[in-house]
Design a binder for this molecule. Structure first.
Ligand code: AMP
Ligand code: ZN
Length: 485
């Protein structure tokens, strides 16, 4: 066995992640050796993603990178909810897409297209990798209808007046995942009850009758013209792309009591066996005043951060500083702290690049292996990124480590945490490139005053300059609109 495969095997053996199913940290037990099927619930594309949502996608991105670095080939699937998510997660209110369409005087299809693209551009800004399969709910209506038909045939779903409901009394473990206690739950008594439901906690699989008959997005079905419930999309699409049983399913913690509980009921009700082996949930990012909500306002977006002069990557670093299962209280002070750390790392990267390469000494090799070991122990222990980062910083401050050793350690960490973006993704706008060329020319003519002036102009636009023996290096200090991705 090669050294690489030995170390990958060790990483896999070390790996333990908290499983919401058992409420314990557990090793992964992949269904197919060396492969992981990963499903992450995607955005409802009726508005910009807020930084709370994006914290969840950053956590999922880190998870995927850890799995990949350990040698798993990961198939990552994510849905785009472009229909069926009502204003309340529990079948109440109007479809969020339709509300947004009316507000913006556009069609729900235009709204979906626009916010899907802003979502992926936010992800790119945050160095969040695109899933291998991105599937839109509106493009999988036949799969959802087939799923609902199968539940109906098994007697787990019932149709009344054109709506189809999931009969939770037929799925005896319905309350288990979220540890629900219906006798103590006011929730179901409080909301206006749909008199068609047999049990208060039953939920809609297909709507042909809703309080909002003017729904624009609708399809023919065996039960009437209508649209799918929100939960059925994830059951139908996850099973289509990952099979009737797969390894890991993720989302934010708000999904535990309703959305994921219902996904499990649908899928295990249909297939008759365990659907997902490992469930992982990210805690919320909160503002000082409390929960951040896309529908209730009070949200911060990547665009807001950019307007304030932050690089979205500062926010990624901030997220790495908190464990994914701890609440993260957002403040600009902590974002400033993250920016400082991020910029220090960028400066170091630039300095390392300027030094001539030297081979690693025996001591270097040992030290790098030690720090990488500490880093990996933290990451494989339920993705403890804050502890992993502290191993990095201790290594970078260790005077026994040569520059090449520090560079090597940072390279490993960066691959997994995605702290800075790969260089080729950073391209300068042509006018900034021209300023750099003009400055080089001024230096060539020993016109130091002009060269300094141009350096100042570049810095004002967020570009830091480093002069090297063989030319000029630049790197981004702040994200500015003049930079092209
Ligand atoms: P949505 O677009 O509303 O369906 O949510 C997208 C993802 O963001 C889901 O995984 C949610 O669980 C998650 N989420 C929603 N609000 C927050 C928050 N404040 N902090 C972290 N994750 C969140
Ligand atoms: Zn989902």
């Amino acid at each position: 066995m090669s050294d690489k495969s030995k170390s990958e095997k060790n990483m896999k053996n070390q790996m333990k992640f908290f499983n919401t199913l058992t409420r314990e940290a557990q090793p992964l037990a992949p269904i197919n050796a060396n492969e992981i099927g990963l499903y992450t619930c995607g955005p409802t594309v009726y508005s910009y993603a807020h930084i709370g949502n994006l914290r969840t996608y950053i956590f999922e991105d880190i998870l995927r990178r850890v799995l990949e670095k350990s040698g798993y080939s990961v198939k990552h699937v994510m849905n785009i909810t472009d229909v069926g998510h009502l204003q309340s997660d529990a079948d109440e209110g109007e479809d969020k897409m339709e509300v947004a369409a009316r507000r913006e005087k556009k069609s729900p299809w235009e709204i979906a297209k626009f916010f899907e693209s802003t979502f992926f551009s936010d992800c790119a800004d945050l160095n969040v990798q695109r899933p291998h399969v991105v599937c839109r709910a509106t493009e999988h209506i036949p799969e959802m209808i087939e799923f609902v038909k199968a539940l109906e045939e098994k007697g787990i779903a019932y149709a009344v007046d054109g709506n189809v409901y999931y009969d939770t009394s037929k799925f005896s473990s319905y309350a288990d995942f979220a540890r629900l206690d219906f006798s103590q739950m006011q929730e179901f008594g409080r909301v206006e009850q749909d008199s068609r439901k047999r049990n208060p906690q039953d939920f809609v699989l297909w709507f042909s009758q809703s309080k909002y008959p003017n729904q624009i997005m609708k399809w023919d079905s065996p039960w009437g013209v209508g649209f799918p419930g929100w939960h059925i999309e994830c059951s139908a699409m996850a099973s289509k792309y990952l099979g009737e049983q797969f390894d890991i399913h993720c989302g934010g913690i708000d999904h535990i009591p309703v959305h994921h509980t219902n996904e499990i009921a649908q899928s295990e009700g249909r297939f008759g066996h365990r659907w997902v082996n490992h469930w992982m949930h990210g805690e919320f990012l909160v503002l000082d005043k409390g929960k951040m909500s896309k529908s209730k306002g009070g949200t911060l977006t990547v665009a807001t951060l950019k307007e304030l002069g932050y690089d979205p990557m500062h926010f990624r670093y901030l997220c790495l500083n908190a464990h994914y299962r701890s609440q993260l209280k957002f403040s600009y002070d902590s974002l400033d702290g993250a920016r400082n750390a991020y910029e220090t790392l960028q400066h170091k990267q630039a300095d390392w690049a300027a030094e001539p390469e030297s081979p690693l000494s025996a001591q270097d090799k040992k030290l790098v292996a030690d720090y990488e070991g500490q880093f990996w122990s933290a990451m494989t222990d339920d993705l403890n990124a804050p502890l992993a980062l502290s191993a990095l910083w201790t290594g970078l401050r260790d005077d026994r480590m040569s520059t090449t050793a520090k560079q090597a350690l940072f390279g490993t960490v960066n691959e997994v945490l995605g702290i800075t973006k790969p260089e080729e993704e950073m391209k300068l706008a042509p006018e900034l490139e021209q300023l750099i060329k003009d400055r080089e020319a001024a230096r060539g003519q020993k016109d130091w005053k002009r060269a300094d002036e141009l350096r100042g102009k570049l810095e004002d636009q967020g570009i830091l300059i480093k002069d090297r023996p063989n030319g000029t290096d630049w790197f981004v200090k702040k994200n500015k609109t003049s930079l092209t991705p």
